[in-house]
Design a protein around this ligand. Structure first.
Ligand SMILES: [Zn+2]
Ligand SMILES: [Zn+2]
Length: 186
């Protein structure tokens, strides 16, 4: 039998054994913030300390803001501000339809009113008739789909589209962080 000697390394603190020396050296070593070098709690998942994380978030927000399309309350297209979004707004997952709602919330909670809010885009129920019919034909005979005329598909498409348009209750707004509405100049 071919026998070889193996060298292991043991962490001096907790006693765990590793076969790579670097891993043992790293084992119980305190983690440090990648930005400022502050010591992180032993069990922290983060690479940055709380302070640097907050700073980084702020920088990212600034970067997004500088790239965003900027509107004012007066010139924002109506479909972009039917609902608005702000991280500061504590109700309705951050969505509101009037600036006054945000103002009231900020006043009630002693938060400084943000200088801008985000636009949203609206999505509504939408059914892809072509793939629906195609899917339904899969269980039928091989050429079933071919037997449906383009005119008949078009008829169904028009009907379904009109029907979907009526389902205004399904309208859903998503924050669009590429467009902002400036409320006050800072
Ligand atoms: Zn250890
Ligand atoms: Zn830090």
């Amino acid at each position: 039998m071919d026998v070889k000697e193996v060298i292991c390394y043991k962490c001096g603190k907790c006693g765990l054994v590793y076969h790579v020396k670097e891993w043992a050296e790293r084992c119980c070593k305190p983690k440090k913030c990648e930005r400022c070098g502050a010591e992180l709690p032993y069990k922290s998942y983060w690479l940055l300390c709380d302070k640097c994380r907050a700073e980084k978030e702020k920088e990212e927000e600034l970067k997004r803001f500088s790239k965003a399309q900027k509107y004012s309350i007066k010139n924002v297209p109506p479909e972009r501000c039917e609902m608005m979004y702000s991280d500061y707004y504590g109700y309705n997952e951050g969505y509101f339809s009037e600036i006054e709602e945000l103002e009231e919330y900020c006043a009630d909670n002693d938060i400084e009113m943000p200088g801008y809010v985000y636009c949203t885009s609206c999505h509504q129920l939408n059914i892809d008739v072509d793939s629906l019919v195609e899917n339904k034909c899969e269980d039928l005979h091989e050429d079933a789909y071919e037997w449906i005329g383009e005119k008949d598909i078009e008829e169904l498409r028009t009907f379904v589209n009109d029907w979907c348009k009526k389902q205004t209750g399904t309208r859903t707004f998503y924050v669009d962080r590429s467009a902002v509405i400036i409320i006050k100049e800072k």
